[in-house]
Design a protein around this ligand. Sequence first.
Ligand code: ZN
Ligand code: ZN
Length: 201
Amino acid sequence: MTRSCPTCGAQLAATAPADAPAAPSAPEAGPPVRPRYGQALPKRLHKSPATVSWDQGRWPNFSVAELKCRCAPGDGGCAGEYFHDVRFLDALQRLRDLMDAPLRITSARRCPVRNRRVRGASRSQHMLAMAADIALDRHNPVQLARFAVRAGFSGIGFGATFLHVDMREGREGFHYDNGRAAWIDRFGFDPAERFDTTGKL
Ligand SMILES: [Zn+2]
Ligand SMILES: [Zn+2]
C-alpha cells in the first residue's frame, strides 16, 4: 500500500514478506542484483570516520566523507559518525554503475541529534541504519528510480528533489507529499504503490 510520508524513511508496517522471492523477469544487461531482503551482513556504527577502513576498489565512487553524519564539530551532535553497511554500499555502487554518472548524496547517516534537527521520521532508516537521499539533479528521475530497484534497495522514497534509498527489511515504497504529483506524472502510474506491490518499476 502507498503511504504518504512527510519525512525521510518512515518506519511503516511492511507490506510484503521480508523474504518474498522476486518474480522471474526477462534477462537484462548489467550486473546481477536483487540480494535477499533482510540478509544479515557485516555492518557497524563508527563513532568517528577515522576508524573506518574503506575499500576503495569495491566502492570507488563514494567516500565516508559524503556518507557520514553532517553534524559539525561543537554543534552538540556527533563527531560525524558513520554506519558502515557493506550491503548498502554495494547497492549504492551498483546504482552508480548503472547510472554511469556521479550521484550527489544530500543526506546519508544521521545521528539521533541530527535526525531531530532535520525533522526526520522518528524511526528513520537514516538513523537506524544507513540510507541515502540522492539529488535528482540532471538525472532522468524515472531511470534513477528504476535503477535503484535493480540495484537492490528495499526502501525507496519519492521526493520532490531527491530519491531516498535504504535497505530496510521488507519492501516499502513511499512518497514525500510534495513530490507525489510529479512522480506519478513522470511514470504514468504511482511508482511507490507499484514498487510496494510488485517490487518492480
Ligand atoms: Zn531519506
Ligand atoms: Zn550527527
